[in-house]
Design a protein around this ligand. Structure first.
Ligand code: XMP
Length: 531
């Protein structure tokens, strides 16, 4: 994940999506680890949705012309003194509300019911029995598996509410009341609740009356018109990273203002094999963009000399990027706007209140922060989109599949996949091993089904035997993970034959490697990248 870099100063971005569908659903975030997932599920159902702080004011909800609200789960107990509650006025708006887990307990507590600690906590799979087959359960089986995760129960329903589903341990697994208000104790947004999307669909389409007119592809025309209006006749620069987001953002801006856009590609020498050439080739030849390529490998390698600490590596890469970018833009004679491929999860992360902001595990850099002296207004056409939506936009802009479907790649690049000091030779080793991993994963058809697949060069040497000779050479680790959004991940259960081909090819094709290991850690407790 990249972190949205704030403008050095003076940058503003319109506080609304480039393409406003007619229906908007707001997810009020009370700190659940699944809040983003709820928003994504709703967008997958073709309804535009935003994640907002749980403490949003009723006035703001009205201003966003929401058709319905979802109260997310959260780690607190509603009866705690410091628990967060929606503003009272939110309930008075008369909008349909779906409360999920903590959100359902909020509904119960705030509207006159009673919530207390459960005798027995309920985590994991449960079987829910539907007591009333309408509302969110319309058209669904009478009994189905759901994912539970709660320690509180509803002791007393608010006036006007009735139980619409139960489980063995939860007499109130779902409740419904007037004004299209529904509470469910389980999580419909997770994959472990197979009918979860159908329940959300019922809420959106039947209870809230949404039309389902949100489609990322439909976003292009309006985004282009808005960029054109905002930028006028000014110049725009865009830092291309080689990844999907900046390529799609640049393509949108280019479609809007043509040659007023200049892209700067800082080749830091830390990219995957062929990556820089491919992106530049596509964008210059098919899209006819003006791209300045800055050859900065030497500069980055020099700056990384002797650096082994992962955070220090990130800082160095970020700093050198800024310097190289700044020098180049000065040569170009400046620009009023800077286009960035900031995505919605970055926006959420950077605007999350301290209560909810995930503790910083790693400093993530894409563009790496901007120098304080630079004054740009930001153009961030993707700031309301999730990654899968960006891919759809990219495809509808005519970008080729191999570019649009590319797996995420960290801003500091291969520098954080060479554990220990980064040297040209070690970079080449990891780059060659990475090439094999990607090649084999593509050949097996797994590439689009996993989140990331890559090689790490460990600082370990091991003894081996090749031919009649003893070797003492590098150990390469292979990491292949599945994930929804990079926040949590699991190691991919790749067929042994594929792993075997990867291992054999790496040892045969990459000089200086005599052993390959497969990383079988999930996130958490590990992270996806090793550094
Ligand atoms: P971790 O290693 O934190 O990675 O589990 C989660 C996702 O973020 C990517 N990542 C980065 N992306 N700059 C980025 O733009 C970074 O510094 C960075 N570090 C990790 C990682 O590849 C994974 O997709």
């Amino acid at each position: 994940m990249s972190t949205a870099t704030a403008p050095a100063s003076g940058g503003t971005t319109a506080d609304r999506p480039a393409a406003r569908a007619t229906d908007t659903i707001l997810v009020l975030d009370f700190g659940s680890q699944y809040s983003q997932l709820i928003a994504r599920r709703i967008r997958e159902l073709n309804v535009y949705c935003e994640l907002v702080p749980g403490t949003i004011t009723a006035d703001k909800v009205v201003a966003k012309r929401a058709r319905g609200l979802i109260l997310s789960g959260g780690p607190a107990s509603v009866y705690d003194a410091d628990a967060l509650h929606p503003e009272r006025g939110i309930y008075d708006l008369g909008l349909p509300i779906l409360g999920i887990c903590y959100g359902m307990q909020l509904l119960a507590h705030d509207l006159g019911g009673r919530v207390s600690p459960a005798g027995r906590r309920e985590y994991g799979l449960a079987s829910v029995v539907v007591d009333s087959e309408d509302g969110i359960f319309t058209g669904l089986p009478a009994e189905m598996p759901v994912w539970m995760s709660h320690g509180d129960v509803i002791e007393e329903l608010p006036p006007g509410y009735q139980v619409v589903a139960h489980t063995v341990n939860s007499p109130v697994a779902a409740m419904a009341g007037p004004n299209g208000r529904v509470g469910i104790q389980f999580h419909p947004e997770v994959a472990h609740t197979p009918q979860g999307s159908a329940m959300l669909r019922n809420f959106l389409y039947h209870t809230c009356g949404c039309q389902g007119d949100w489609a990322p592809e439909g976003f292009v025309q309006q985004a282009v018109a808005e960029i054109r209006e905002r930028v006028g006749s000014e110049r725009v620069i865009c830092a291309l990273s080689g990844g999907v987001d900046s390529a799609v953002a640049a393509t949108l801006v280019h479609r809007a203002v043509g040659d007023q856009l200049t892209c700067v590609f800082v080749d830091n020498g830390l990219l995957r094999r062929g990556e820089a050439d491919r992106v530049i080739d596509v964008l210059t030849r098919s899209m006819r963009m003006r791209i300045v390529r800055v050859e900065a490998e030497e500069r980055f390698l020099r700056a990384l000399e002797g650096v082994v600490d992962p955070e220090e590596k990130r800082r160095v890469v970020g700093r050198e990027f800024i310097a190289a970018f700044e020098e180049e833009t000065a040569l170009l004679g400046g620009a009023a706007f800077l286009a960035q491929g900031t995505l919605y999860p970055d926006v959420i992360e950077s605007t999350a209140s301290d209560t909810f902001a995930a503790r910083k595990i790693k400093t993530h850099h894409n563009v790496g922060g901007l120098p304080t002296g630079m004054r740009f207004q930001l153009v961030e056409p993707l700031r309301y989109l999730f990654k899968d939506e960006v891919r759809k936009v990219g495809r509808s802009l005519g970008l080729p599949d191999d570019l649009v479907g590319r797996q995420p790649f960290p801003g500091p690049g291969l520098a954080i996949r060479v554990i220990g000091e980064v040297t040209r030779e070690r970079l080449e080793t990891v780059r060659s091993a990475d090439w094999v991993v990607i090649d084999e994963i593509k050949r097996s058809g797994l590439y689009p089904r996993v989140w990331q697949s890559f090689a790490i060069l460990t600082p370990i040497s091991s003894v081996g035997v090749m031919g009649d000779y003893r070797t003492y050479a590098n150990v390469v680790a292979v990491r292949i993970v599945t994930s929804e959004d990079g926040m949590t991940a699991d190691w991919a259960r790749v067929p042994y034959d594929v792993l075997s081909d990867i291992s054999r090819r790496i040892v045969n094709e990459v000089p200086g490697v005599n052993r390959v290991v497969y990383d079988i850690s999930s996130k958490p407790p590990s992270t996806i990248e090793w550094e």
